[in-house]
Design a protein around this ligand. Structure first.
Ligand code: SF4
Ligand code: SF4
Length: 144
C-alpha cells in the first residue's frame, strides 16, 4: 500500500468499526430475548477463528487480532463464549459472527419497530460495502 492509500484505508476501517459499534445495542437487545432459550447455540469454536479477510481488516485498522487457541476442537463451544455471551468486542469478532443471524433472531428483529430495523440494515449494508473496498485495496496487486 502507498502511504496515502494506507491512511485512507485505515480511515475506512475505523468507520467500519464505528458502524459495527452503532448496531451493537440493537443486536444485543434482540439476542438478549432470543438467545437465552436457544437449544442449538451457534457459537462453535470453528466460528470463532478469524479468517484471512478478518486478519487483513485488522491489519488495515492497525489493530492486533484477539489470540485464538488452535488446540481446541472445532465443535467445542467457542473459546470466546461466556455465560453472558461473546467476550469479544463486536468489532473484534470474525466477520461471519457479525453477519450471521439465525431465522429466529431475524424474525424477532423484524417484528419490532420498523425504523431501528431499517437503520440496522442500512448500517450493515454500509459495513459490507466499506469492508469490500478495504479488502480490495489490501490485495497485493492493489499495492503496486
Ligand atoms: S443467534 Fe440464533 S442460533 Fe445463535 S444462539 Fe441466538 S438463537 Fe441460537
Ligand atoms: S460471536 Fe463470539 S462467541 Fe460466538 S462464535 Fe463468534 S467469536 Fe465465538
Amino acid at each position: 500500500m502507498k502511504a496515502l492509500h494506507q491512511a485512507q484505508i485505515k480511515a475506512k476501517a475505523l468507520r467500519v468499526i464505528e458502524l459495527i459499534g452503532s448496531i451493537d445495542a440493537f443486536i444485543q437487545k434482540n439476542t438478549s430475548v432470543v438467545c437465552p432459550s436457544c437449544t442449538s447455540v451457534c457459537c462453535k469454536n470453528r466460528h470463532g477463528r478469524h479468517d484471512e479477510e478478518d486478519l487483513a481488516f485488522f491489519d488495515a485498522a492497525e489493530i492486533t487480532p484477539p489470540f485464538f487457541d488452535s488446540n481446541m476442537t472445532d465443535d467445542a463451544p467457542c473459546q470466546f463464549i461466556s455465560e453472558h455471551g461473546c467476550t469479544l468486542k463486536r468489532s473484534a469478532r470474525p466477520f461471519r459472527c457479525n453477519w450471521y443471524f439465525c431465522t429466529t433472531l431475524l424474525v424477532h428483529m423484524q417484528s419490532g419497530p420498523a425504523k431501528p430495523y431499517r437503520n440496522f440494515i442500512d448500517a450493515l449494508n454500509e459495513i459490507v460495502r466499506l469492508r469490500k473496498e478495504i479488502l480490495e485495496a489490501m490485495r497485493p496487486e492493489s499495492a503496486a
